[in-house]
Design a protein around this ligand. Structure first.
Ligand SMILES: Nc1ncnc2c1ncn2[C@@H]1O[C@H](COP(=O)(O)OP(=O)(O)O)[C@@H](O)[C@H]1O
Ligand SMILES: [Mg+2]
Length: 358
């Protein structure tokens, strides 16, 4: 069949092919139509974008080298019903497609219509979901196993040992609290994610929240020998959700105390200041810092640089994931700067207050 150079069909020569070309053009996913010799006779914009080297009239095998797809096309051209095949594109980035190959008859000739559906994102989300469930189960199983172990010991060998009982009950209490923290963090994470599309609108004073959190964490800071300072104006109003902003400040300040407070004279500096793009909230410590390979992954759920240290300090690995979602809900920006040995700075920039009169 005659084709134009751009991949379109020579309209005057084959009116049926014009129809095929227009039909392919109306579909959102990449579509290719091949004739009995598996030469491409029609394609749409998304397909030409995907196969930048596709030439009208050329063999399909030049564009898709997958034997699975080519076999399925051959079967359809031989009269088989619709087939589905998987196709993996490796360059420039790996993408996965489901290819649906359907038979059609044009001018009494069999043709095959290939429709490609990009399932890369769906697969990624699916993998994340599976990993997430595996991680949650793993995080819950450890304290649960420890609780069950101690219950057995208390029912058996340590039944009449008052000293052991006291000690074991202490550990069991700690494991129970760890499970409770994990469940609380999971619940707040899902609540924040559920509302992420709605930007909170209440005027909230970030300075008041920060001072409150610094007071709450004062005993923790004292115990860790960390000097916490706040540099802020009398007030700084942002459009927000007071509970979520409290959690955000708590997570960042607590992290700075927990992970940044190991040097000779540990300090945590909190600053709040108006900036060109809104209000800036920053927490800086002078601790060990974070190596560059970890920086981009810190806000992933359950990602920790040092898992035993995080657990020992009561961490769940969800704090920064919660912070990230709170920042997203507030339409802000989170930046993490750190150099190994030079401490870390977590900076959140909130956009200007919503003006409801506009
Ligand atoms: N200020 C900091 N300095 C060094 N490491 C940090 C700092 N804040 C966070 N981290 C690292 O990031 C990890 C993830 O933090 P987070 O999500 O709050 O989880 P958690 O505190 O429960 O472990 C921590 O386990 C720690 O390894
Ligand atoms: Mg934390």
């Amino acid at each position: 069949m005659a084709m134009t150079e751009t991949g379109g069909v020579d309209r005057a020569a084959r009116p049926q092919c014009t129809l095929l070309q227009d039909f392919a053009g109306a579909l959102p996913d990449p579509v290719l139509v091949v004739d009995r010799e598996t030469r491409v006779i029609a394609s749409n914009g998304p397909a030409r974008e995907l196969f930048s080297d596709i030439v009208a009239g050329e063999a399909l095998a030049y564009a898709i080298r997958s034997p699975g797809v080519l076999d399925a096309v051959a079967m359809v051209l031989e009269g088989a019903p619709r087939q589905t095949a998987a196709w993996r594109e490796r360059t420039p980035v790996e993408r996965l497609f489901d290819v649906f190959i359907s038979p059609l008859t044009v001018d009494g000739e069999p043709v095959a219509v290939l429709e490609l559906r990009d399932i890369t994102e769906a697969r990624r989300v699916e993998r994340m979901r599976v990993n997430f469930i595996a991680n949650v189960s793993h995080e819950l199983r450890t304290p649960l196993a420890s609780l069950l172990g101690f219950i057995e010991t208390l029912q058996g060998p340590a039944r009449n040992d008052a000293a052991a009982r006291e000690k074991f009950l202490d550990i069991m209490g700690e494991q129970g609290r760890r499970m409770a923290r994990l469940v609380d963090d999971l619940l707040s994470l899902s609540r924040i994610e559920l509302n992420e599309h709605v930007r909170p609108q209440t005027p909230v004073d970030l300075v008041a929240i920060t001072r409150h959190i610094a007071d709450t964490l004062e005993p923790v800071a004292r115990e860790a020998g960390v000097a916490v300072s706040i540099r802020a104006p009398a007030s700084a109003i942002v459009s927000g959700d007071a509970d979520e902003l409290t959690r955000l400040a708590e997570n960042l300040v607590e992290n700075a105390i927990k992970y940044g407070g190991s040097g000779p004279s540990p300090t945590v500096e909190i600053s709040i200041a108006p900036s060109a793009s809104g209000t800036e909230f920053a927490v800086r410590d002078n601790g060990p810092g974070i190596a560059p390979e970890h920086l981009t992954r810190l806000t992933e759920r359950f990602y920790r640089v040092d898992t035993p240290l995080s657990r020992a300090r009561g961490g769940t690995g969800l704090g920064l994931a919660i912070v990230k979602h709170i920042v997203a809900r507030h339409r802000g920006r989170l930046e993490i700067e750190s150099l190994v040995g030079k401490g870390a700075t977590f900076r959140v920039t909130f956009p200007p207050v919503l003006d409801k009169s506009q």
